[in-house]
Design a binder for this molecule. Structure first.
Ligand SMILES: Cc1cc2nc3c(=O)[nH]c(=O)nc-3n(C[C@H](O)[C@H](O)[C@H](O)COP(=O)(O)O)c2cc1C
Length: 336
C-alpha cells in the first residue's frame, strides 16, 4: 500500500489522487453516484453557466440533490464576468456544492464566441480577477480548469504561464490542466510535459493533470514520471465505472480484479439506468442512457448488435428488456 496522502485540494483531502471530471451532458447524479460506489472519492457535476446558477431548473438539470449522499461534489462554472461568476459560486455553495471549479478550458465554438471558457486563456487579467472575486465570495476549495494555451503560439504559452503563476500567488487550491490547447480540442495525444513543468516550477502548488486517462497501470506510471499531484478521469469513465475500482487497486499496488462478466455488466447497466430514472423523466433518461451505451457495450463479445438494440430502445421497458436479452450467459461467446 502507498503511504502518501491521496490528493489535497485546499481543505478537502481525498484518499486517492483522482476524481471524476466535469463532463457536460454526462456527469449527472447517476454517473456521479455510480462513480462513488466504485471508489471515486470526489466527483464534479456538469458545467454550469454563471448566469443560470440561481435558477432552480439548472440545479435540477445537474440532478443535484441538496442533502443527498454524494458529498463531496463540485460545481464547475463557466462565464465571462468575474462578478457574475462570483455570485454564481456563492449560490452554488449555498445550494450544497462543496468545491468550486472555474472553467477556462472549454473549446466549444459557441463558448469561445462569447469569450468564455478557453477564450479566457488569452486574458490573464480577467482570469485572475475571477479567481479573486470567487475567493472573496465563498469559503471552500476553489479550483481552476485550464488547457495548455489557446494554441501553440508563443503568446499563448506566455499567457498560460502568467495565469499559472498569478493564480498560485492568489491561492488557487488546485490547477487542473488538460494537456491540449483549445484549438486542438480532443485531437492527438495529450501533452503531460507542460503540466509536469508547472509542478516542477511550483512544487507547493496542487497540480492535477488531464488527458487520455484510460489505463490504470499506465496512469500510475504517468504520475510517477510527471510528479503531478493527481489526475481526473473523463472519457475513460463513460460506460466504465469499473475504471475507478481499477485505478484504486493500481494506485494501492494491489492486483486488478477480473474484468466484469456479463452478469455483472448487466447489473451495473441496470443500476446506472435506474439511477438515471431517479433524476430524469423516462424519455430523457432513455436518451441520456444512450450516451453511455458505447462505453458499456465495448466489453460485449457481440458489441454491434447489442449497441444497435440498445440504441433503438425507446422506453424504460425496452431498455431493460434489451439489457436482459443480451447480458445473459448465452451471449458470452462470439459465435452466433
Ligand atoms: C463529452 C465531453 C464533455 C466534457 N465536458 C467538460 C466540462 O463540462 N468541463 C470541463 O472542464 N471539461 C470537460 N470535458 C473535458 C474533460 O474533463 C477532460 O479534460 C478531457 O476529456 C481530457 O481527458 P480524457 O482524455 O481523459 O477524456 C469534456 C470532455 C468530453 C469528451
Amino acid at each position: 500500500m502507498r503511504s502518501s496522502v491521496g490528493l489535497k485540494l485546499g481543505s478537502l483531502t481525498l484518499d486517492v489522487p483522482f476524481f471524476q471530471a466535469s463532463l457536460s451532458g454526462y456527469s449527472d447524479y447517476a454517473m456521479r453516484t455510480l462513480a462513488r460506489r466504485f471508489g471515486c472519492p470526489f466527483t464534479m457535476a456538469d458545467m454550469i453557466l454563471d448566469k443560470s446558477a440561481a435558477n432552480p431548473r439548472v440545479l435540477r438539470k445537474a440532478c443535484f440533490r441538496p442533502g443527498a449522499d454524494e458529498h463531496p461534489v463540485g460545481a464547475q462554472i463557466i462565464g465571462r464576468t468575474p462578478a457574475t461568476i462570483a455570485t454564481a459560486a456563492r449560490d452554488l455553495v449555498a445550494a450544497g456544492y462543496d468545491v468550486i471549479d472555474l472553467n477556462f478550458a472549454c473549446p466549444a465554438p459557441k463558448v469561445l464566441q462569447r469569450g468564455r471558457g478557453g477564450a479566457l486563456l488569452n486574458d490573464p487579467d480577467t482570469v485572475i480577477d475571477t479567481l479573486k472575486a470567487v475567493r472573496d465570495a465563498v469559503v471552500c476549495p476553489v479550483l481552476m480548469k485550464l488547457r495548455i494555451g489557446v494554441d501553440h503560439k508563443p503568446q499563448s504559452l506566455d499567457s498560460f504561464w502568467e495565469i499559472v503563476t498569478r493564480s498560485i500567488e492568489h491561492g488557487v487550491d488546485g490547477l487542473v490542466i488538460h494537456g491540449r490547447t483549445v484549438s486542438e480540442r480532443y485531437r492527438g495525444k495529450a501533452d503531460w510535459g507542460l503540466p509536469a513543468a508547472v509542478k516542477s516550477r511550483f512544487p507547493n502548488a496542487t497540480v492535477v493533470g488531464s488527458g487520455d486517462i484510460f489505463d490504470p497501470a499506465a496512469t500510475v506510471e504517468l504520475m510517477k514520471k510527471t510528479g503531478l499531484d493527481g489526475f481526473i478521469v473523463a472519457r475513460g469513465a463513460v460506460g466504465n465505472p469499473w475504471i475507478f475500482r481499477d485505478l484504486r487497486c493500481a494506485w494501492e499496488n494491489r492486483p486488478l480484479p477480473a474484468p466484469p462478466d456479463l452478469a455483472e455488466q448487466r447489473l451495473v447497466m441496470l443500476e446506472h439506468f435506474e439511477r438515471m430514472l431517479q433524476g430524469h423523466p423516462e424519455k430523457r433518461a432513455v436518451r441520456k442512457f444512450r450516451k453511455f451505451v458505447v462505453g458499456y457495450v465495448c466489453r460485449h463479445p457481440k458489441r454491434k448488435p447489442v449497441q444497435m438494440s440498445l440504441m433503438k430502445a425507446k422506453t424504460r421497458a425496452e431498455v431493460e428488456a434489451a439489457i436482459d436479452t443480451w447480458y445473459t450467459d448465452t451471449h458470452s461467446s462470439t459465435d452466433w
